[in-house]
Write a protein that binds this ligand. Structure first.
Ligand SMILES: [Zn+2]
Ligand SMILES: [Zn+2]
Length: 495
């Protein structure tokens, strides 16, 4: 039953608002934004075409979240310069309350507006800042930036004029608590949204809306560069693809090639698409990244395998040719004591001491990734150690994240993924405190030469990688690991 109805002031088509919290609706026929007020309906102009952002839910779907009924009423598409993402406007409990559902950085979030919470101004909410949000307690800022609203559909809790720039901060709290502070265009009223991060297994779609019933099940991704069909490993969750056939990196929402890499010469040690059980959880290996860092003018690289499990989300297995394998999980910034930075970080009763800081760049990617990955994308990495556990802090524009890496052995990894123990010499790297053997230094030199040759033909993103790794100090990098181009691995694959 509609709470308000009328006709689109632009095209005359019938317009119905289903829930009281909806203040605007994108007309299904002419795609103008129709706004309702005491004076009736007015229109704001046409919204841009929607990008086909991969998603597991769509406007019109109904379901439950942790047992609580919801209906997806609308969505907005936002973009902060690297391509669009979706946030879904959702009515909970049959319209009794409302909130936003979003899948971002490989994680699901649900939030609802909570009135009457005071916040510091936008400018004071730098990443890592600690903020008390009323009775909800202490939260730590993980991201602060602005994004423009690029498109929308369905009902919306407010009107977003074309080009509207939304300023926001995302914060993590104790347990799975999560908050977004919405500063709007940074001139209007601030709205605090409180909620939590939830596992995908808590989300059940019980009735498909028209958009979902029209959708064809995604079983493969078509590479826009070579036309190859790449089996879809985590459909609806990945945003970029490194093609295993031709090496092109493409954006799945925009269906366009972002960068052309050389084709992978060898299969990753853990093949993309293989399944393995670690710590009782079955994972699918969906991508391999090579990342690198500069050490006194020499490029060091390591490999990161992206694992996905529907129950718990994304994890990493990292292979450092020098120190071996580690299993990396996200760490909740709200549970960290950052008062002694940059010297150390506390976590519970443990204290992790600073080991190194450097810039790490993405050198190569194959498979599916959940973020807007780019070759040459650079993050500032600081590693802190307690025994053989590494707590890493990674910072990029307006965003900071923490992860915890624990050592793993090749026999455990090989057994988990059913790989022959003797398959790859470099997979068997063990933790070692000795210096690099001279043969490795030669290989590093050879790798740097190959890297320079490749850069001569590389797209501009890779050139940024070159500048991003110069002039930094520290031996190790990335998610707590380091390593040279050992074992003959020269940039792409190796033996
Ligand atoms: Zn219309
Ligand atoms: Zn391709």
């Amino acid at each position: 039953m509609a709470v308000a109805q009328g006709h689109c002031p632009n095209c005359g088509a019938p317009i119905e608002f289903q829930v009281g919290s909806s203040l605007a609706k994108v007309c299904e026929f002419c795609r103008h934004t129709v706004v309702r007020s005491d004076r009736g309906l007015s229109h704001l102009g046409k919204v841009a075409d929607l990008a086909n952002v991969p998603s597991l839910i769509a406007v019109g779907d109904e379901g439950t979240l942790g047992g609580r009924p919801f209906r997806v009423m609308g969505r907005v598409q936002l973009d902060h310069g690297k391509g669009p993402w979706d946030e879904y406007y959702v009515a909970f409990d049959y319209g009794q309350s409302w909130g936003w559902l979003a899948f971002a950085q490989g994680r699901w979030f649900a939030t609802s507006p909570v009135p009457g919470i005071a916040t510091p101004p936008y400018d004071e909410l730098a990443p890592d800042a600690l903020v008390t949000l009323g009775a909800a307690g202490a939260f730590r800022v993980s991201e602060r930036r602005s994004a423009h609203i690029s498109s929308a559909e369905g009902e919306l809790p407010g009107a977003f004029p074309e080009g509207f720039v939304r300023h926001y901060a995302d914060l993590s709290g104790a347990g799975s608590a999560f908050a977004t502070i919405d500063f709007g265009d940074n001139t209007q009223t601030v709205v605090v949204f409180l909620g939590w991060e939830f596992a995908e297994s808590q989300l059940t779609v019980t009735a498909l809306g028209p958009r979902s019933t029209q959708k064809v099940a995604v079983t493969s991704l078509k590479c826009p560069s070579c036309g190859g069909d790449v089996p879809a490993l985590s459909p609806g969750r990945s945003t970029r693809l490194g093609c295993p056939y031709c090496g092109a990196i493409s954006d799945l929402a925009e269906d366009r090639v972002i960068a052309q890499q050389e084709r992978a010469r060898t299969e990753p040690i853990i093949p993309i698409g293989s399944r393995g059980t670690l710590g009782g959880t079955e994972y699918l290996c969906i991508a391999m990244l090579r990342r690198g860092s500069d050490f006194e003018g020499e490029l060091y690289a390591w490999e990161e395998f992206l694992l996905w499990s529907q129950g718990i989300g994304f994890r990493w297995l990292v292979l450092d040719p020098e120190t071996g394998w580690s299993f990396v999980s996200p760490a909740n910034p709200a549970e960290l004591d950052l008062s002694q930075l940059p010297g150390s970080i506390g976590l519970g009763k443990r204290r992790f001491r600073s080991r190194n800081q450097n810039l790490a760049s993405v050198l190569y990617v194959v498979g599916e990734v959940y973020w807007k990955c780019e070759i040459g994308e650079t993050t500032n990495v600081a590693d802190f150690v307690d025994g053989d556990t590494v707590l890493s802090r990674e910072e990029a524009a307006g965003e900071v994240s923490y992860s915890l890496g624990t050592p793993e052995t090749w026999p455990v990894v090989a057994t988990a993924f059913n790989l022959p123990l003797a398959k790859h010499a470099r997979a068997q790297a063990q933790k070692s405190t000795s210096g690099l053997p001279s043969v490795t230094l030669l290989l590093v030199a050879a790798a740097v030469i190959v890297f320079v040759i490749l850069l001569a033909n590389a797209p501009s993103g890779a050139l940024r990688a070159a500048s991003g790794v110069s002039g930094v100090s520290g031996v190790t990098g990335g998610t707590g690991v380091s390593g040279g181009f050992r074992g003959g691995g020269v940039f792409y694959g190796g033996k």
